[in-house]
Design a protein around this ligand. Structure first.
Ligand code: AHM
Ligand code: MG
Length: 340
């Protein structure tokens, strides 16, 4: 039986906070202004606050829905609004950030003018993904994407309509039994866990790699009658080849499972969501960047997700993402019967 680590061993292995990690990364770039680190530290602060509000939600009486709908016509949960306001208020005052955009806001929000010579950043987020899980104490999460502002665009909406390949950073924070942040800034994927006793995200895994294969698929199979033939044929093949299914109904939870244990996450087009349900710019793209940086793959229809040129901020898409071998199995069936 292996022995438990002593407190000293735990400390020496794990005491690198996200702030220390970002400062160490920044030190490798002598010309870095520090603004990127400053923006990520605002996200870290906001998500710690959201984690605390989720944990106390039942006690504080903030479970359940508002009487309002968001721009997508979806009922907003009280915590959707709290999470959104928290992120906007933490990010809103950070220098170097020009625009924020959220699932919960119709239009992007312009922040203060930035007169420095460097390009300012744009932050997009889904403040509380999977929020319908909240009432049952299910896992939820925050997803974010960071882009650069080219300063040539005529409007904030035009400035942020960039393909996922242009993201300079992406991540998610999962609020489950632990609060976990998974982050990339284009140099692999790092995983941090919030130590609630000291209020810091600590680095627990450097250069996280997604397993190449695992016989698990994650999708809402109840819609399968509505799927295009390629997806139906993949499911038939998976049933005949000993696959298991796991589905939390929150993308952050489902993709996190795939990141750690392998498998494939799918959200195909359905009758209700003919181009797919998930939002390209603040759900699919950041997750696709993380999955690719961890050695996985992500497609939307027959196109690499990150190469889609967005038409609008709240555009929806289908996704197939995860372990490279598992995505290949799905894509093989889609190539035989391409979805429209
Ligand atoms: P949300 O951003 O409004 O929470 O919706 C997105 C969520 C994803 O987290 C999840 O993968 C999907 O909706 C689940 O949809 P369904 O209930 O149709 O399976
Ligand atoms: Mg969402």
């Amino acid at each position: 039986m292996s022995e438990l680590p002593t407190p000293t061993e735990i400390r020496s292995e794990q005491l690198l906070s996200i702030q220390s990690y970002l400062l160490a990364e920044e030190a490798q770039h002598p010309h870095a202004s520090g603004r990127f680190t400053w923006i990520l530290s605002a996200i870290s602060l906001a998500t710690k606050f959201i984690a605390a509000r989720c944990r106390r939600a039942r006690i504080e009486g903030v479970l359940g829905s508002m009487d309002t709908e968001n721009v997508q016509g979806e009922v907003q949960q009280k915590l959707d609004v709290i999470a959104n306001e928290t992120l906007i208020s933490c990010l809103g005052s950070r220098a170097g950030l020009a625009i924020v955009a959220s699932e919960e806001n119709d239009e992007p929000i312009m922040l203060h003018a930035d007169n420095s010579s460097e390009r300012p950043y744009i932050a997009l987020f889904d403040p509380l993904d999977g929020s319908s899980n909240l009432d049952t104490c299910g896992t939820v999460g925050t997803i974010f994407s960071i882009l650069e502002h080219d300063r040539r665009s005529n409007s904030p909406e035009e400035a942020l309509r960039q393909s996922g390949t242009k993201q300079v950073a992406a991540g998610y924070v999962l609020y489950g039994p632990s609060t976990v942040m998974v982050l990339t800034h284009g140099k692999g994927v790092q995983m941090f866990v919030l130590d609630p006793t000291i209020g810091s995200f600590l680095l627990v895994e450097k250069n996280l790699r997604i397993p190449a294969a695992a016989k698990t698929y994650s999708m809402n199979e109840a819609y399968s009658n509505e799927f295009a033939l390629g997806y139906k044929n993949y499911l038939k093949w998976a049933h005949e080849n000993g696959y298991s299914t796991r589905y939390a109904g929150a993308m952050v939870a489902d993709v996190h499972r795939v990141m750690i244990k392998g498998g494939v996450f799918l959200y195909p087009p359905t009758a209700k969501a003919p181009v797919g349900k998930l939002r390209l710019m603040y759900e699919a793209n950041p997750m696709a960047m993380l999955v690719e940086q961890a050695g996985g793959k992500s497609f939307s229809g027959m196109t690499r997700t990150l190469e889609i040129q967005p038409d609008s901020l709240h555009q929806r898409t289908s996704v197939v993402m995860g372990s490279p071998d598992e995505v290949d199995h799905v894509m093989r069936h889609l190539e035989e019967n391409p979805p429209e």
